[in-house]
Design a protein around this ligand. Sequence first.
Ligand SMILES: [Zn+2]
Length: 349
Amino acid sequence: MPQLAYNVSEIDFESPGKRHYQVAFHQDGTWGYSLVPLTVVVGRRGLNQNGVVCFGGTHGNEYEGQIAVKRLCADLDPEAMTGRVILIPQLSESACVANSRVSPLDGVNMNRAFPGNPRGTISYRIADFVKRHIFPRGRIVVDLHSGGKEGLFPICTSFHPIADPRQRAEMAVAARLFDPPFCLIYASTMASGLLTDEAEAEGKITIGGEFGAGESANRQGVKHAYEGVVNLLRHYGLLEGAVQRIRAEDAPEPVLIRADRLEHYKPCPRDGVWEPAVAPGERVSAGDVVGWLHDFADHSTPPLEIRASRSGTIAMLHLSARPVKGQTLYVVADEVSWEELLSEPENKG
Ligand SMILES: [Zn+2]
């Protein structure tokens, strides 16, 4: 069994070896805890300044990251490793147990709770623990997501627009180590309080990603999540060996797509039954039909055609057939070259 830790001082982050913990965060309204799993692996081959921190289950109903990080807890061997990895497979443990995006204990979305609050409800206190005790122990931060019940994405790694050119360049390299078909630059203006927001703002090499959807465990998504982290450890010298392709040897380089402005995110114009006409990752031209909204109040009426407002690559489609007016129905991203990303001036972030 993992060792119970009531306090951060009971977690050994320093000694060589591997240790499994359950970190106890007291509940707000009853005598009980959320027991957050945490594994520390410190290599016996010496120090490495590139500490890696890896999260799954920031949203409870997204499973590829939970599985990949749990498998890393089992597989990483301190005898074969240099430096330190901290693994948290179910950050919002209560949400994971409940198969829910938000924690049932306080109704809070862990990925909107950063930087946290030591006096806040349980999700804010867990975020505060991450901010104060985990982030300082890693230079590279990985947060593995999927579309949950909300969105259908092509398998992708992701990051926000980054102002600092050096941080941006290093993140572009790190995002490609997961060998996904797409790397997505997403809008900082769409939401705030994300785990990745906080890590990026601290200057960390921060990688997010979408590895599946629909409260399932996408086989390919788990593979990219797991092997992507292993590649990251190889790249930064924590594990020996060369970075390896995860897709077929002859698969194309990851395509960089950018949806960094709110105009990329199209709201559903009315309630209806959503029938997509395209697939995630597909290229569309402005005016192409991306789907239909059916109204069954009168089944003799034609569906409302939803047409792409711009040309680009479908970065996200509403997953459920029952979107509500105002929810994001689809995202068309711009394809940009990696060179273009790296040559942007500092003020572009
Ligand atoms: Zn998520």
